[in-house]
Design a protein around this ligand. Structure first.
Ligand SMILES: Cc1ncc(COP(=O)(O)O)c(C=O)c1O
Length: 379
């Protein structure tokens, strides 16, 4: 049996939506984007949502438009894009440790790492579960810090019934492994309308009027930049896919939760720690990650892959041990014991809405077989 790490859920609805855009003649940022943005803002519970070409672009623009040029505290246990975006926005990344159970940033270590130079906290809602937003928002208010939410891995997850991405500035990814996909793509969410206007302008070369409004407004040839911006726009073709994907999101997340509950019930082995869902949170399992103990993680992952289960690792090495960061920010990197422990033991099992009971059972049996064979080798 072959079980990929993830599988998208794309059908004729998306194909028809793409065709409609192709036939409309307007392929870039335009009416489809506006429709996707409106639906996404409503879903998250914020005033504005902006389509962008990636979550990385959303993160960079969130920091740049907020004027974060000092220190920003973020986890090292994340995909490197979180830190790269901070660097590209002109900020200095300072890494905080994570909590073992959730793999999310530890508010106690955030507090330890605040200095007079700290301007912001970037939370990364890991694998589908929100960070401890109660403690973090209190800390941010106390020290007058901005919050940026890297919600690439959590679309539809909640903390005390509030959706991630609605606590401050939310940044989402529509990469094919995420809860919904547009192939490539991202979204930024905020309640700050002025900030949203600035970000939309920055994403379109710094020109205040976007291409569509110019084309159908007065003097379409007049293009005036108010910032040195970028081209971080999302095409209308991708926005059309996003609209269809968003309609299915809750149903797909419900399936992920069912699969996770089944795995949690059946994967009872001393050699692994299962994911932990906090009572304040609704986890949407963008990934199903476990921690491997007593046996070598690499052998465990390779053993599963040999059986056709495309297990993987998210994430190793942690960002602070990656060449660029280890060299450039050495002075600022200290004390990340939980991050290093988790990065050395974490493993990702396949997770997507379309998994069948047969596939889940095959995964469960295979995990048992691989663990037994590795245990025999160690005794
Ligand atoms: C935590 C995190 N941040 C940022 C990103 C980057 O997203 P994108 O590929 O849309 O730029 C990812 C995607 O893998 C991610 O997992």
């Amino acid at each position: 049996m072959k079980i990929p790490l993830c599988k998208t859920n794309i059908n004729t609805k998306e194909s028809r939506a793409i065709e409609k855009v192709l036939k409309s003649g307007w392929l870039t940022d335009g009416p489809m984007n506006a429709k996707f943005e409106e639906a996404f803002a409503k879903y998250i519970g914020v005033k504005r949502a902006l389509t962008l070409n990636s979550c990385t672009a959303a993160l960079q623009l969130a920091m740049e438009a907020s004027g974060i040029t000092g220190e920003i505290i973020l986890p090292s246990f994340t995909f490197v894009a979180s830190a790269n975006a901070a660097v590209k926005a002109g900020a200095t990344p300072v890494f905080a440790d994570i909590e073992y159970d959730t793999c999310n940033i530890d508010p106690i270590d955030i507090a330890r790492k605040i200095t007079p130079r700290t301007q912001a906290i970037m939370v990364v809602h890991y694998a589908g579960q929100a960070c401890s937003m109660g403690k973090i928002t209190k800390l941010a208010a106390l020290h007058k810090l901005k919050i940026i939410e890297d919600s690439a891995e959590t679309i539809g997850g909640t903390y005390k019934k509030q959706k991630t991405g609605s606590f401050s500035i939310g940044c989402f990814s529509f990469f094919p492994t995420k809860n919904i996909t547009t192939g490539e793509g991202g979204m930024l969410t905020t309640n700050d309308r002025a900030l949203a206007d600035k970000i939309k302008t920055l994403a379109g070369h710094g020109i205040t009027k976007n291409t569509y409004d110019r084309q159908y407004g007065q003097d379409p040839w007049f293009r005036e930049a108010s910032y040195a911006g970028y081209n971080f726009r999302m095409s209308g073709i991708l926005a059309a896919i996003g609209i269809e994907q968003l309609k299915k999101l809750d149903a797909m997340n419900a399936r992920r939760r069912e699969h996770a509950a089944y795995l949690n019930k059946k994967l009872k082995f001393d050699e692994i720690d299962l994911p932990v869902e906090l009572k304040e949170c609704r986890h949407v399992y963008q990934m199903y990650t476990i921690k491997v103990k007593k046996v070598a993680r690499r052998d465990f992952v390779l053993g599963l892959r040999k059986k056709g289960i495309m297990a993987s690792v998210h994430f190793t090495p942690p960002v602070h041990l990656q060449q660029y960061y280890a060299r450039k920010y050495k002075r600022l990197i200290h004390n990340l014991p939980v991050t290093e422990r988790v990065a050395n033991s974490i493993a990702t099992l396949p997770m997507y809405p379309g998994l069948t009971k047969k596939e889940l059972d095959y995964m469960i049996n295979s995990v048992g077989k691989v663990l037994r064979s590795l245990k025999r080798r160690t005794v």
